[in-house]
Design a protein around this ligand. Structure first.
Ligand code: NAD
Length: 265
């Protein structure tokens, strides 16, 4: 059993992680950390995860519980993440970080921590998306210039940024595989007289209703079409990846890891 603490346990991802960790027979949920001053401090973790009480309450002090764990799973905000990974490193505990928007100085701090403890950083924990990041370059390299490449992503109406970070990452690995610069070949949306040029990678964003996250990559020439589609049904998609990452990272030597290491890609 790998003993884990969910940090950010009151957040959207945190609650999903608590729920899925409680269902996972290879994991033992030994603690949950919430932001100081939040009403969830002292709340039973089972309740936070939408289940029966488990007799372990949420704390706002990682230091007070860290020694019970093998690994922390961190989905909060950049500044808090750096602080929490620092605590994990001090106690030689592994850390899985899902928080996005970390600046380069903050990533450097995580790398510093990784010198003494295993740290895994993955801006997208979805197993499926990480497999796609590996598979798409293979497809792109095998096809010739007659195949046009277009990426269409769809998300819920509340999403602020467009295109999604994942769509950009998918485009980037394809561009790299073709030895092209995405800044030069990326074409974002079309309007009016906008004919396609050879070699461009079209990227389009749909915003509608409650769509959790769809990504479609199209390779098409005049004779055939390949479509690679990934659909996230819920946040569980990310939570299950993060739990798998925790089981992996708890058994590693100090170092800086990614989902590609977890999935042996
Ligand atoms: P959220 O706002 O619902 O939750 C964040 C939680 O962190 C909040 O409950 C907040 O109170 C808590 N928090 C902030 N500071 C804290 C502190 N010092 N100690 C303890 N808790 C603290 O957001 P969310 O949707 O759960 O996302 C959280 C992060 O995870 C974001 O950066 C998001 O982009 C990222 N995310 C990553 C993936 C992935 O696959 N890597 C997937 C989804 C979301």
């Amino acid at each position: 059993m790998v003993k884990v603490i969910i940090v950010g346990a009151a957040g959207r991802m945190g609650r999903q992680l608590v729920a899925d960790a409680l269902r996972d027979k290879e994991l033992d949920l030994v603690g949950g950390v919430v932001e100081p001053g939040m009403s969830e401090v002292g709340m039973d973790l089972g309740i936070l995860g939408g289940q029966q009480p488990i007799g372990i309450t949420a704390t706002d002090d990682l230091e007070s519980v860290i020694d019970k764990a093998d690994a922390i799973i961190e989905f909060t905000a950049p500044e808090a993440t750096v602080e929490h990974v620092g605590v994990a490193a001090l106690h030689k505990k592994a850390a899985v970080v899902g928080t996005t928007g970390l600046g380069s100085a903050q990533i450097a701090k995580l790398r510093e921590a990784a010198e003494v403890t295993p740290v895994l950083l993955a801006p997208n924990m979805s197993v499926g998306v990480n497999v796609l990041l590996k598979a798409l370059p293979l497809i792109a390299r095998a096809l010739d210039e007659s195949y046009d490449i277009e990426i269409v992503e769809a998300h819920h109406r509340m999403k602020k940024d467009a295109p999604s970070g994942t769509a950009l990452k998918l485009a980037e690995v394809i561009a790299q595989a073709l030895q092209k610069d995405l800044d030069e070949v990326g074409s974002y949306g079309r309007k009016g007289i906008a004919p396609r040029s050879t070699g461009e990678i079209g990227i389009h964003a749909v915003r509608a209703g409650g769509i959790v996250g769809d990504h479609t990559v199209i390779f098409a020439n005049e004779a055939e079409q390949i479509e690679v589609v990934h659909r996230a049904f819920s946040r569980q998609n990310f939570a299950l990846g993060a739990l798998r990452a925790a089981k992996f990272v708890a058994k590693q030597k100090p170092g800086f890891y990614s989902m590609a290491d977890v999935l042996n890609l």
